[in-house]
Unconditional design. Sequence first.
Length: 485
Amino acid sequence: MAEAEARVNALQKLISDLPDVPSDDEEYDREEEELAKNIQNVQLGPVDLVEQPGSAESGSKFSGPDFLNNAGTISVTKQGVKQKGHYAHETIDSFDKLPLDATLRKGLIKMGFVRPSKIQAEGLHVLLQDSPNSNVVGMAHHGSGKTATFLLAALSKVNPDEKCCQCVVLLPTRELAIQVAQVCDQLATFSPIKIALGIPEYPVKRVAEQILIGTPGRILHQYCRDRNIDGSRVKLFIVDEADEMLSQGRMQRNAMAQTVFDIRHHFDKNCQVLLFSATFDDNVRQLSEHICPKPITIKVNKEEITLDGIKQFVISCPGKPERFKTLMDIYSILEIGQSIIFVNRVQGAQLLYENMTREGFKCSVIYGKGMERKLRDKTMEDFRTGRTTVLISSDLLSRGIDVLAVTVVVNYDVPFAQDPSTYVHRIGRSGRFGRKGIAINLVGCRESMENLRSILSHYACQDKVKFMRYDDLETILESIEKYLV
């Protein structure tokens, strides 16, 4: 009893000691834990993460050497010991070599997946063959194929003959939950397995589908506590963007980290837990051990997480007027295509949208606090389908959102130094699945430059960044245009 009480006290201390996340979207995270007042159906539709049938020879983005080689160096740790010698991904060069159901392989072919990436080959080998009942922590950079890894594992482990929820997948935001549900729905196109979506403003019902995908507040309140799922029958619990989910320790009374733990307590003690993310700091890693004990860890080394496929630029400006003028010059002269401009605050997103619109630029804006969910859905759909090509966003979209056409990410505001992983998550919106991408950092004050240098130092990637001055427009345009081709 004393040992159990000590573990609980240690866990509570870990949660309370986590730093606040400096973001104006904290209110949005609180919204995810409220009961929805107006319920509205969200239709699962096609998502441009996927391709039509193809092969390596026909140019599939999911099978070419750039995609496969860009996955980084894999290491696997079991019971604290790093595995040496042969790794599964060295020989698994086809999904046919993995124990996947024929219906799933057919779905992969339709989506354009021909060969597994390193994280897919290694992760699925561990989850389906080598250690199928073990907890797993998966760390790999964005665009490396993590989502398909845990979704294929989920689709392989649930029993379609049992009409109940057997797997719960948690995502930090509504938009990301919708996207992952769309991908899962397409992977299961030829399978009898059904997917349910648990997010605000989506109908709540007793779940007969095998996989439930949703946000923490909704899953805890409307599904676990209201008994719309039988927790004793859930055998797989997946947390994507786990660093984000477990880092929010003191933001509010019902912190997201605590919500994740509360959800876990509703499931059987033998429920398998999978945590996936691009980054894990020491505090989050320590906290994760309480929810995902004795995991097999599959990771990409820290230096690989800096996204070598993305060319990074820093443009130094003496003030905010010059910063805005530089942004206008870049968009006026260069043919950028689809891009995302990130800001730190909701008010900043609104102001930049108004200023760019006033200058005659067609753009859209998305943020969490104060923006109706229906409008957010429409904004994302317009951007995915190409009806709009420039999207101004708070950090709502910094994690996991896949729009293959995005080639440029602009940090109009440099992320806060206290949370360096946000930088990786933001610039990871470009260069998806091995494609080349561009990240432009517009720095308009000394504090922003200090934040950026701290972030670059954290990831030891200063030498991979090109620094330029705002008044050397010709050099700026030539440097960026070189990588747009």
